[in-house]
Design a protein around this ligand. Structure first.
Ligand code: COA
Length: 260
């Protein structure tokens, strides 16, 4: 697939994926979803040396200002439910992606944009970032997992408040709520996300992937997170990477992980 909306830059295995609909504040239209779906379905094979992904929006104003409202009106009940399910499947793919995915939130993260950021493993916000689920302003509600992930991240009471009032949260409050991991000046946003991914790239990749899986299991009612952890711990203990990591520690040198 040739990407027209996503711009992908590969810097030594760290992929920066930028949504480039700046004039529409990077609103997520159908094509953006198609490209996100294709990208996350193929990234591991298309970029075999990849160690992590930064997701961001073009321009200084917006990460993504929601699903594209201009595509909403004609959907109908079945069409809307289908769109909601498809968005959830694509965002689940991000949440379960075995390499770390960081949202670098460079402005508005509203509606589907906030849901997209919440599907990422971490969120770094620029000081001008604004978060919110303003769907009730339109007489609708989040459809891409927002009611669930917001509740997971900020707790039931605050999630209720944000979902029912459509209030926007500024970056410092988002930090206090646990909605974002760090707030930095806009010019340091990508460097901060890159620094975190570079640090993770020095760790055992299989252990990183299984840690993502185990954390997600905590929120998956079909799984027992403790059992997932026991299983992962047993399997990881039987890898070359674990032997290398433990040996390197004992030999007082940096490990050379191979992902095997
Ligand atoms: N879908 C489609 N287009 C959108 C959009 C969205 N979610 N959000 C912004 N845009 C478009 C605007 O229509 C406008 O297009 P135009 O220049 O052709 O008129 C352009 O992006 C700039 O937006 P504008 O509203 O002029 O910028 P602003 O700085 O005055 O306000 C926001 C910024 C984010 C507060 C405002 O755009 C907004 O409320 N957007 C909708 C957010 C939302 O409800 N998201 C959830 C959707 S379910």
């Amino acid at each position: 697939m040739t990407y027209e909306i996503l711009k992908i830059a590969d810097n030594d295995g760290i992929l920066t994926v930028t949504i480039t609909r700046e004039k529409a504040l990077n609103a997520l239209n159908r094509q953006t979803f198609d490209e996100l779906e294709h990208f996350f379905n193929n990234a591991l094979t298309d970029y075999p040396q990849m160690t992590g992904i930064i997701l961001t929006g073009a321009g200084p104003k917006s990460f993504a200002a929601g699903a594209d409202i201009s595509e909403f009106l004609t959907l109908g009940k079945d069409g809307a439910a289908k769109m909601s399910r498809r968005g959830q499947v694509i965002f689940d793919k991000i949440e379960y992606f075995p390499k770390p995915v960081i949202a670098a939130v460079n402005g508005f993260a509203l509606g589907g944009g906030c849901e997209l950021a919440m599907a990422c493993h971490m969120r770094i916000a620029s000081e001008n970032a604004r978060f919110g689920q303003p769907e009730v302003n339109l007489g609708i509600l989040p459809g891409y997992g927002g009611t669930q992930r917001l509740t997971q991240l900020v707790g039931k009471g605050k999630a209720m408040e944000l979902l029912l009032t459509a209030d926007m949260v500024k970056a410092p409050e988002a930090l206090a709520l646990g909605l974002v991991n760090h707030v930095v000046p806009a010019e340091e946003l990508l460097a901060k996300a890159t620094g975190i991914l570079k640090k993770i790239a020095t760790k055992g990749p299989l252990a990183v992937a299984r840690s993502i899986q185990c954390v997600n299991a905590n929120f998956d009612e079909t799984k027992n997170g403790y059992d997932e952890e026991v299983k992962a711990f047993g399997e990881i203990s039987n890898t070359q990477d674990f032997i290398e990591g433990a040996t390197a520690f004992l030999e007082k040198r940096a490990p050379n992980f191979t992902g095997k």
